[in-house]
Design a protein around this ligand. Sequence first.
Ligand SMILES: C[S@@+](CC[C@H](N)C(=O)[O-])C[C@H]1O[C@@H](n2cnc3c(N)ncnc32)[C@H](O)[C@@H]1O
Length: 230
Amino acid sequence: MSQKSFDPIWNKIYDAGAMPRAPYDYIASFVFRNADKNKDRNQLNILEIGCGGGNNVWFLALEGFNVCGIDGSASAIGAAKKRLSESGLSADLQVGDFTRLPFEDESFDMVFDRGALTCCGTTSIQKAIGEAHRVLKPNGAFFFNPIADSDTSYRSGVSVADDLTVEIKEGDYSGVGQIRFVSRRDIDIFMPETTWNKKRIERIEITDMLNPYSKVVASWRVEAIKVNNG
Ligand SMILES: C[S@@+](CC[C@H](N)C(=O)[O-])C[C@H]1O[C@@H](n2cnc3c(N)ncnc32)[C@H](O)[C@@H]1O
């Protein structure tokens, strides 16, 4: 696996016990909004790229969808497999790099990213979005969830190659290694109209007014349909 696209800090974070168990509500909303109601849930193939410890995968498997997850961290995938097995659920969970997906072309109805692609530089994000496009079926739905450049952490770090920020000192993203903070313009560059029909571009911002510097936590929620000329 390329050192550039996967930062091994994630194994340390997970080994220290920082592994969310709850699924993200906006991921559930994305899936239910895009699920074809004329099909049984077990006929709908869903992939999470950068699935971590399987919080979202676990919930979607519980809801009856056919789920796959890939993550660069062996610690995360091990924990995800254990959790699903303890719940009597199944999913295809693999250690791997989302810039080189081990799946057939046009095999998924939905692909989603919950805060994972933003852990890589521009080159890897573009490769990973290209891979998401490749493995999606025609008219399949994609969700992209990077950290926004209006986040307080952006201004407190050091800029390095491939548009990454490291040594982040303030905000929610200090201590999580490298982050690619994403602008509104970046979204159009990563997901041009020729390959994606964007349905939603939302910037979610929370301002912590107790913090003396009014800390801002900001991310994008981008939802798009694969344009069938890929
Ligand atoms: C912020 S965590 C998100 C985990 C999960 N999606 C969630 O909602 O809790 C980011 C994840 O991306 C994974 N990751 C980072 N770079 C990766 C890469 N190149 N290939 C696969 N996974 C990667 C990390 O191991 C980590 O589990």
